[in-house]
Design a protein around this ligand. Structure first.
Ligand code: SAJ
Length: 419
């Protein structure tokens, strides 16, 4: 069997090397020439635990080739971005272009699998009309399915192997062939359904999480008003066997959870009410966080204060800054006229004007350290490391991830989001 993987990003690259390391011949394709050249030289253009060794092995074994154009194969897997436009409508250009790029290479008996998360009906309404241009009969000569990726950045390989997998075919044969392929490395259960249901399943998983986080964020705001610690309240509530409340924070980022709910809002704006409200609630958190910083500085009588922002990635222990709430927090600080520096040990090049690679520089003359992502480096951060540099000993933790007592012992005033 030969598999051609279109899109070598956070999902496509790990998936490609997984197949290659399980004896499948894989050809990887990306329109980004720079990324392709890097991968050829066994260099990573993304950070993911365990990816480097696996990529080395895949390339050295000769089972994994890469280029900017597809090749004939038995199976084609599409793993390209499916972002939203400015106006929150789905941008399916990448899915459309990737599908079109396959048309000249498709032969009788081929299978096309879409892994990208898409609004329900995309396979039926967007992909199939394009695939019909092959003149192959869909469902008997050309098989098509949606098998959404469901892995979490930071634990991709573990989840690729052990998570259950949803496989939705445009007919039963398509689903069966797809399941057979993923069996190569998937140890979880593979559940078969139709393509549109599979699209819906994926979108509602992320929407569930978004709505749940919005609930937690609303509870954080309420808790601040009534004077309790929301983290403690949620922790205790979650001891109930049927309660699983997620955690508040400075916002919801990434290109999945903050994006996918909009697909449902776009399809059914009149009906998707809670979904819409949850999006707005989560989107309100960066400003809420920035305003809390302003309030703390004012309460302490600090004028022209400077804050040191710790964490630019959209969540802990990843190097991905796209759609990060930290960027929104910065936007609001600028709007409020609050001086800041930004530091993130996972973002290795300076992409912002006030960003620094050195923690000492970040905290120099700072009146408040603000933890925006729960990187391990911040959880275990020793106050002595920053002590001699800060101007005022205040730390504001938006992720409840630092050792509060340790910082208090060092003379810091500790603030917590939702407390
Ligand atoms: N966040 C909170 N509170 C929480 C959990 C997360 O504020 O309790 C924030 C994070 O800080 C981050 C954002 O939400 O900014 C999203 O992070 P995440 O860890 O929840 O999710 P992603 O975007 O990294 O991955 C999700 C996963 N979906 C689910 O868990 C249902 C993953 O399994 C999907 O494969 C992925 O989206 C995807 O690609 O769709």
């Amino acid at each position: 069997k030969k598999v051609c993987v279109i899109g070598l990003g956070y999902i496509g690259l790990p998936t490609a090397v997984m197949f290659a390391n399980h004896g499948v011949q894989v050809h990887g394709v990306d329109i980004n020439e720079k990324a392709v050249n890097m991968i050829k030289q066994k260099q990573l253009h993304i950070e993911e635990e365990g990816l480097q060794e696996r990529l080395n092995h895949a390339i050295d074994s000769g089972k994994f080739t890469v280029s900017t154009t597809p090749e004939e194969a038995d199976v084609f897997i599409i793993a390209v971005p499916s972002p939203i436009n400015e106006d929150k409508t789905a941008n399916l250009d990448y899915v459309r272009d990737a599908t079109k790029s396959l048309v000249p290479y498709l032969r009788k008996g081929n299978l096309v699998i879409l892994e990208s998360t898409v609004p329900p009906r995309t396979v039926e309404d967007v992909m199939l009309p394009i695939l019909k241009e092959t003149n192959l009969e869909i469902g008997t000569e050309l098989f098509v399915s949606h098998s959404p990726e469901r892995v979490i950045p930071g634990r991709i390989f573990e989840e690729l192997t052990n998570n259950d997998r949803i496989v939705g075919g445009i007919n039963e044969e398509s689903a069966r062939l797809t399941a057979e392929l993923y069996r190569t490395f998937v140890k979880g259960t593979i559940h078969l359904t139709d393509a549109t249901t599979a699209e819906m399943v994926k979108v509602i998983e992320n929407t569930y999480r978004d709505v749940n986080i919005a609930f937690a964020n609303e509870l954080a705001k309420i808790s601040e008003k009534i004077g309790i610690n929301v983290w403690e309240a949620i922790r205790l509530a979650n001891f109930h066997p049927r309660v699983n409340i997620h955690l508040p924070g400075p916002g919801v980022g990434g290109h999945c959870i903050a994006v996918d709910p909009w697909f449902l809002v776009e399809l059914e704006p009149e009906l998707a009410k809670i979904i819409r409200l949850a999006r707005d609630t989560n989107d309100s958190m960066p400003e809420y966080t920035a305003l809390k910083m302003k309030r703390i500085l004012e309460e302490k009588g600090i004028q022209h204060g400077r804050v040191a922002l710790f964490g630019l990635a959209f969540k802990g222990n990843v190097d991905d800054m796209r759609e990060s709430p930290s960027l929104e927090v910065i936007h609001h600080l600028e709007r409020l006229g609050i001086d800041y520096t930004a530091y993130d040990p996972h973002i290795k090049e300076n992409r912002l004007s006030r960003q620094t690679q050195h923690i000492e520089e970040a905290v120099s003359h700072a009146d408040m350290i603000v933890i925006l992502t729960d990187h391990n480096e911040f959880k275990s951060l020793q106050p002595e490391l920053v002590d001699h540099k800060v101007r005022t000993k205040i730390i504001f933790d938006t992720k409840n991830c630092i050792d509060r007592q340790m910082w208090e012992k060092e003379g810091y005033e500790v603030y917590l989001l939702g407390d």
